[in-house]
Design a protein. Structure first.
Ligand code: NAD
Length: 452
């Protein structure tokens, strides 16, 4: 039996030791999910909705416990962790509206009646990364369960604790055995069985682009459905006519939230050349003012990185030759800390501009005009999110249409609402999660003609 130690990234102390699920146990769980599916899809829509509402209420009743678990396991700030647990609750409430609204069409035809059904897929597997363990899990399992599927979920090796608790809460809320199972284990073992086991009909993967490509290739062998939410290298574009004070004051939070371990991090700040120097002057105090420290403290704005190995990777982006404009602070002592860091790259080919850092390092580059801004923003294989700061509404709309990314915000850095669609262009992903069509990613459309 293989075990893993869960480590608190802010203290480097072991939180707990867990047994990892084996390939044989994964097969057994998938088969349980398959057997549970027949009854689950037959649960009356109103009853399935009620069970999901009860699950949401159980999450709400345990919100503080879930949040504290995430602080200890992932080093998330307590404020963020409470939002994340609340997001799971809200996604479940939203999903509870699905079973009674999974409407098909009645299409006019000659000689009969034609109707469509949205049938569940069967067993859906959700593979979750370590950066947002709770929300990313719920964006998959909420709508999947609502649409009548059963779910097996694998949390990341580093952050299994909240997912395990969510699995318990589902059972306590009355969700039947086998309908939602959490399997902490390795990607190469549990994750791989999700891809290769023929009873799994869809894989929802969030993680690195590299692993996502392997999953997609593996799923192709069985024409298995797949949703991919992958990396990002998003741009925060600041035009000279913008409210520069606000743009500068908020820019750190658009990239350093969750210590930059956010697929939507605006890790490239593009600033119109005429205000470039002024923007940097305003950005410096904002970056120095980010409160980095004990994630359990109410006032903390940024915690540690997830692991020592990840910190070494982040640090590799700031080489001795890199021009560092300024940095923020970091606490002394144990913990995988890295300070907010602002760099000025020499060339568009610099690694810090082309690769996802997934840490608190942001690159600032100048642009000349609107066309130049859109060209630089799109000069990446990714296309997940981005921000546009301008007071010209026409420009805001033109640039929003020009930037190749799935989630843009104007004069703000918000990307995610559970009732609006989320996902990436280009190598940032495939398919969409959340939003009004969330359930359709977990159903097959069936057309039935009845001769009259
Ligand atoms: P990762 O790709 O290393 O791992 C993600 C998950 O996949 C983990 O659960 C892991 O165990 C599993 N896995 C690894 N190898 C596997 C394999 N061969 N088969 C099946 N499963 C396997 O990513 P990570 O380091 O945990 O997360 C960071 C990445 O996630 C970043 O690139 C980030 O941008 C991305 N991300 C994207 C979004 C989005 O919505 N687009 C959201 C959050 C994170």
């Amino acid at each position: 039996m293989t075990t893993t130690q869960v480590v608190n990234p802010a203290t480097e102390q072991v939180v707990t030791t867990l047994e990892l699920v084996s390939a044989a146990e994964t097969d057994a769980a998938i088969e349980r999910a398959q057997r549970a599916g027949a009854d689950w899809r037959a649960v009356a829509p109103g009853d399935r909705a009620r069970l999901l509402r009860r699950f949401a209420e159980a999450v709400d009743a345990n919100l503080e416990q879930l949040a504290q678990l995430e602080v200890a396991n992932a080093g998330h700030t307590i404020g963020n962790a409470r939002w994340e647990a609340g997001n799971v609750r809200d996604v479940l409430h939203f999903a509870a509206g699905i079973p009674e609204r999974l409407l098909g069409n009645q299409i006019p035809v000659a000689g009969g009646v034609d109707i469509t059904f949205h049938e569940p897929l069967g067993v859906v597997a959700v593979i979750v990364p370590w950066n947002f363990p709770m929300p990313i899990a719920a964006w998959g399992f909420g709508p999947a369960l609502a649409a009548g599927n059963t779910v097996v979920l694998k949390p990341a090796e580093l952050t299994p604790l909240t997912a395990i608790r969510l699995g318990e809460l589902a059972l306590e809320a009355g969700v039947p055995e086998g309908v939602f199972q959490v399997l902490p284990g390795k990607g190469s073992v549990v994750g791989q069985r999700f891809v290769t086991h023929p009873a799994v009909r869809k894989v929802v993967f969030t993680g690195s682009t590299e692993v996502g490509k392997e999953i997609m290739a593996g799923c192709a062998r069985q024409v298995k459905r797949v949703t991919l939410e992958l990396g990002g290298k998003s741009a925060n574009i600041i035009f000279a006519d913008a409210d520069l004070e606000r743009a500068a004051a908020t820019a750190p939070y658009g990239v350093f939230d969750n210590a930059g371990q956010d697929c939507c991090a605006r890790s490239r700040i593009l600033v119109q050349r005429s205000v470039f120097d002024r923007f940097l002057e305003l950005l410096e105090p904002a970056v120095r003012g980010v409160r980095v420290g004990d994630p359990a403290a109410e006032s903390t704005e940024m915690g540690p990185l997830i692991s020592a190995a990840h910190r070494a990777r982040v640090a590799s982006f700031v080489e001795p030759s890199t021009k560092v404009a300024f940095t923020g602070t970091q606490p002394d002592g144990p913990g995988f800390w890295y300070p907010p860091t602002v760099v000025l790259p020499d060339a568009p080919s610099d690694r810090v501009l082309t690769e996802e850092v997934f840490g608190p390092v942001v690159a600032v580059v100048p642009f000349e005009d609107e066309a130049d801004a859109v060209r630089i923003a799109n000069d990446t294989e990714y296309g997940l999110s981005g921000s546009i700061w301008t007071n010209d509404v026409g420009r805001a709309l033109r640039v929003s249409r020009g930037v190749e990314a799935g989630n843009l915000s104007v004069n703000s850095h918000s990307s995610v609402r559970y009732w609006t669609p989320f996902g990436g262009f280009k190598q940032s992903g495939l398919g969409r999660e959340l939003g009004p069509d969330a359930a359709l990613a977990f159903t097959e459309t069936k057309n039935v003609f009845i001769a009259t």
